[in-house]
Design a protein around this ligand. Structure first.
Ligand SMILES: Cc1cc2nc3c(=O)[nH]c(=O)nc-3n(C[C@H](O)[C@H](O)[C@H](O)COP(=O)(O)OP(=O)(O)OC[C@H]3O[C@@H](n4cnc5c(N)ncnc54)[C@H](O)[C@@H]3O)c2cc1C
Length: 395
């Protein structure tokens, strides 16, 4: 199918990737985003080979190489003792095995690169600062409505609508799913600091993963290696208000009073912390009629496998490949999209939940986890995820 008109709700990583991929193959895309600009403090992103391969295929390699770093390994340590537990091979091993790199990047850098590419595509109309209020499907067309700056209602029609509007998706509701995402008792503290301020043993080209029974910490260099991104996952009885609420560094340091000195030093560096409540929602419908969902709108993923953005990128690329093929109409194609994606995204959601339980395990289960990591070794730990990182869009 060619020359379709496609409306996308939400210009996050998923919506931007979809707009780019779909416009590049001759479709006319309208991309509507409620925000007027993008600024995200203290938010890094791991881009595993299943995602980096797609971004490279979209011709973004040169721009990305200027801002990404490529950690050589994940070093896993115990929060209290600081003792090494195991390693996961990244860097050259990942490249060779999956023919694509495992990168880490500042989220704002990735978003800027995607946005620049979208802005240079004549086939994309980017509408910023507009909140989509209504999505309809009927009589061979789908529609979107928002209110313009002057207060007038604006409606556009399209061959299909893609909801890439994040975890609190309105478009998901249009598919009949009105259940709100569930808070599962963990929040993420996120910050960045200058790499020069990080303790020397934690400032290398590696990802650090610290495990404890009350939470875990991840850190890695971003912004071309200038900054270190730090994420501390903590148990919490209730979500924090708002999407990203300021966090008090002293409160975090109190929780980590008995952590290894190097980790405490790292956590003490950032001045500004933001707290994100983590929500889960089992994937249900990914498409119905002329409406499809992608990314967090379809299947929010707990960040314990670092796959939410990667899945959004996979969804976007899969939709583009399927819509390029002849022999089916839009409705049939979106049904195929749902069938192709559902089992994979559910598997990733389950694996992320399981990782959370394993990361925070104490006692015998924690001991068993550590033994398995030692037994598998760095390359064995990576090979467990061949099914994940080796993803290719089915022909
Ligand atoms: C602590 C943490 C760490 C993470 N680490 C990783 C990682 O290392 N690797 C990884 O792959 N993923 C990671 N993730 C997950 C990842 O951030 C998300 O899965 C991903 O950003 C989802 O992208 P998206 O485009 O689907 O949605 P979003 O990024 O949420 O974008 C949705 C967009 O839609 C817009 N929007 C919403 N409603 C409307 C409306 N009605 N009208 C118009 N616009 C609207 C929003 O403003 C937003 O811009 C992490 C998440 C967290 C919380």
């Amino acid at each position: 199918m060619q020359n379709l008109s496609i409306a996308i709700v939400g210009a996050g990583i998923g919506g931007l990737t979809a707009a780019l991929a779909l416009a590049r193959q001759g479709n006319a895309v309208t991309l509507v985003e409620r925000r007027t600009g993008f600024s995200e403090v203290g938010a890094g992103l791991q881009l595993s080979p299943n995602a980096s391969r797609i971004l490279l295929g979209l011709g973004l390699g040169a721009a990305l190489r200027r801002v990404v770093t490529e950690p050589q390994q994940v070093v896993v340590r115990a929060i209290r003792s600081g003792k090494p537990i195991g390693q996961v091979a990244l860097g050259a091993f990942m490249r060779k095995r999956f023919e694509a790199p495992y990168w880490v990047v500042h989220r704002a850098d990735l978003q800027t690169i995607l946005l620049d590419a979208v802005r240079s595509e004549p086939a994309i109309r980017l509408v910023m600062g507009r909140t989509v209020e209504e999505v309809t499907d009927g009589a061979g067309r789908a529609g979107l409505t928002w209110t313009s700056a002057g207060g007038a209602r604006e409606t556009i029609e399209a061959d299909l609508v893609i909801g890439a509007d994040g975890v609190w998706s309105k478009v998901r509701q249009a598919l009949g799913d009105r259940t709100p995402p569930a808070f599962r008792g963990t929040i993420a503290w996120r910050a960045t600091c200058e790499r020069s301020l990080a303790p020397a043993e934690l400032a290398g080209d590696e990802t650090g993963l610290w495990l404890g029974s009350r939470g875990h910490v991840v850190h890695y260099p971003i912004a071309g290696g200038r900054l270190v991104n730090v994420v501390a996952i903590q148990r919490s009885p209730a979500p924090v208000e708002g999407w990203a609420a300021p966090g008090d560094r002293d409160e975090l340091l109190r929780d980590y009073a008995s952590a290894a000195p190097a980790l405490r030093t790292l956590l003490a560096q950032p001045r500004e912390w933001l707290r994100w409540s983590l929500f889960d929602h089992p994937a249900g419908r990914l498409a119905q009629g002329r409406i499809a969902l992608l990314g967090d709108a379809a299947h929010p993923v707990l960040p314990f496998l670092a796959q939410g953005a990667a899945l959004a990128i996979e969804d976007a690329a899969t939709l583009a490949v399927l819509l390029r093929q002849d022999g089916r109409d839009v409705v049939q194609t979106l049904a195929v999209y749902e069938t192709q994606r559902l089992s994979r995204v559910r598997r990733v959601q389950n694996e992320a939940r399981r990782n959370g339980r394993i990361y925070h395990a104490g006692g015998l289960i924690g001991f068993g986890r550590n033994q398995v990591m030692r037994h598998l070794g760095p390359e064995g730990m990576t090979q467990r995820y061949d099914w994940l990182y080796g993803f290719r869009i089915p022909a």
